[in-house]
Design a protein around this ligand. Structure first.
Ligand code: ADP
Ligand code: MG
Length: 254
């Protein structure tokens, strides 16, 4: 097995909630969200509020790969952003390892995200001026790791995703599949408990997408993975699929 750095390390701090096995990795409770919902601010008539989520409740267990399925506009990305603490829903609670993100300050939420959540986007979101290795090491700068340790871990992660001979390449010198592998390595650099992936194979051909999926599910064995997609091949690798329509859960196959 090459993916030794992709595995969750067991030597983490004994934080009460994070180590409590009975707490789901992710819990959304009656989450509703309206974009452009302004409280106390003037809103012109053209600035219509959009209801993106309607009372969504979903639990994701540790080690589970959850697929979020639904047509474009059904609310998949909004859920992932809420889980990552990039967005505070208008109503309801979003808990990560027992911590309610909606009750935290912006700073607290950012901290919780950096500590617990890795994010993979459809369009990779790599910094074009940085090498593959520097991209992977970036979250470790924020985590305060010294430079030599960052380089070592980034190199290990790139080796694990099969890119040991691409560490000094710039994103522009890599194929789409390689870029997504770099993005996955980066998302896993801080050893997050939860990985969210927003249409991670959307830009890739079928074969490349399949190898990226294999990687995602491989890392999901001991962490929670939430993957949004409308692609059948992606949903096929999930342990469980939740179907959304117009911001509401219409099916949860559990
Ligand atoms: P999906 O990822 O399933 O395509 P989204 O979560 O992106 O769905 O979007 C859900 C709904 O919210 C859609 O109607 C979309 O147009 C709307 N929406 C998404 N992002 C914004 C935004 N930043 N501002 C206003 N409306 C948005
Ligand atoms: Mg989306």
């Amino acid at each position: 097995m090459r993916n030794r750095s992709l595995r969750r390390s067991s030597s983490r701090g004994a934080e009460a909630t994070a180590e409590d096995e009975s707490v789901p990795a992710v819990r959304l409770e009656n989450v509703s969200h309206e974009y452009g919902s302004t409280t106390g601010r003037f809103r012109s008539r053209s600035e219509q509020a959009v209801t993106a989520l309607r009372e969504v409740s979903i639990d994701v267990e540790r080690g589970e790969v959850l697929g979020l399925e639904g047509p474009s506009g059904s609310g998949k990305s909004t859920i992932l952003h809420a889980v990552a603490g990039l967005l505070v829903p208008t109503a309801g609670t979003v808990s990560v390892l027992g911590t309610d993100l909606t009750s935290l300050s912006d700073r607290g939420r950012t901290k919780a995200r950096r500590r617990h959540v890795g994010i993979v986007f459809q369009r990779f979101h790599l910094l074009e001026s940085l090498s593959a290795r520097a991209n992977v090491a970036l979250p470790l700068v924020q985590a305060g790791l010294p430079k030599s340790a960052r380089r070592e871990r980034a190199t290990d992660l790139l080796t694990d995703v099969g890119l040991e001979d691409r560490t000094t390449h710039l994103p522009g010198e890599l194929s789409g599949g390689e870029r997504q592998r770099v993005a996955i390595a980066r998302a896993l650099s801080t050893d997050p408990d939860i990985l969210v992936a927003d249409e991670p194979t959307g830009e890739l051909d079928t074969e490349t997408g399949a190898s990226v999926l294999e990687l995602l599910t491989n890392v999901g064995r001991d962490r929670a993975v939430v993957v949004a997609s409308h692609d059948a091949a992606t949903l096929a690798v999930a342990d469980r699929v939740v179907t959304l329509r117009d911001g509401a859960v219409i099916e949860d196959e559990r």
